[in-house]
Ligand binder design. Structure first.
Ligand code: ATP
Length: 250
């Protein structure tokens, strides 16, 4: 079985290099969290995987499909959930999910079932027939997540999906993601909430200054540091080490 996501030698520069040769492999069914300081390059990496940004170098394969030469096939099996939810103000959540399912050519009865389930799981039921234009950012985030999942993607990529959500909404989103991974779906998400990475992710990758500086489960990251530590200590130590190495190389 090919990896859900295999990235090799990925590079991107804007006015300066921000992704500097990232190799990353995520197996099918894994829940992977990407951590890193602000500006480390996490979103840029994920936007390249989602086909929203063209890499300067490197390759991206999604379930064995070359996402750079065949982006349509790759997008068919993945979902991208941005940290800036974009939904149509003049549609209700149900209309929006109908619309998105139509774009993916999901069979109508299946689409309606899937939309109803997602609306239910995400607690959007009382607002299912209200226009999204009047929704709070947290509610919009949940509608955007539902829209991304309506075609049953096998790889779900989320950029800070829990930021700005209240505790109840965060729980609903986490439960939906757990359900999906239990069903064999692969999830990769960025988060600044270390507790979420610690509790939900099977593997954690740490990005600093455009490089993947460490990855593994919590025990492996601890071993690398050579002592019992919290994820916060591990994260801060590894990022500081990564910065030192970058300065030495400069
Ligand atoms: N479209 C763009 N044009 C120019 N520079 C950009 C663009 N997108 C990102 N950058 C720069 O690339 C760097 C990496 O940004 P990116 O958003 O990938 O970081 P991040 O790790 O996701 O950060 P955060 O945790 O703050 O979301 C930053 O310095 C950012 O300013």
């Amino acid at each position: 079985m090919p990896a859900a996501l295999a990235i090799s030698g990925l590079e991107k520069a804007f006015d300066r290099p921000v992704v500097k040769g990232v190799d990353l492999t995520i197996q099918s069914g894994e829940f992977y969290a990407l951590l890193g300081p602000n500006g480390a390059g996490k979103t840029t990496i994920l936007r390249m995987v989602a086909g929203l940004l063209k890499p300067d170098a490197g390759s991206i394969s999604v379930f064995g499909v070359d996402a750079l030469s065949d982006p349509v096939s790759a997008k068919r099996v993945m979902a991208w959930v941005s940290d800036e939810p974009m939904v149509y103000d003049r549609l209700t959540p149900l209309e929006y999910l109908d619309f998105v399912a139509g774009l993916w050519q999901v069979e109508p009865a299946r689409a309606r079932q899937s939309a109803n389930d997602l609306i239910d799981w995400l607690g959007l039921g009382p607002h299912a027939n209200e226009l999204c234009g009047g929704f709070s950012k947290g509610m919009l985030q949940k509608v955007a997540l539902a829209g991304a999942l309506v075609h049953d993607p096998q790889l779900i990529i989320l950029d800070e999906p829990l930021t700005g959500l209240d505790a109840g909404s965060a729980r609903q989103v986490k439960d939906v993601l757990r359900q999906r991974t239990a069903a064999g779906v692969t999830v990769i998400m960025t988060t600044h909430i270390l507790e979420v990475a610690e509790r939900m992710a099977e593997r954690i990758g740490i990005i600093a200054q455009g490089r993947l500086i460490a990855e593994g489960n919590l025990a492996e990251l601890r071993t690398r540091l050579g002592r019992e530590s919290s994820l916060e200590d591990i994260f801060l130590d590894l990022v500081a080490q990564g910065q030192d190495e970058d300065q030495d190389a400069a």
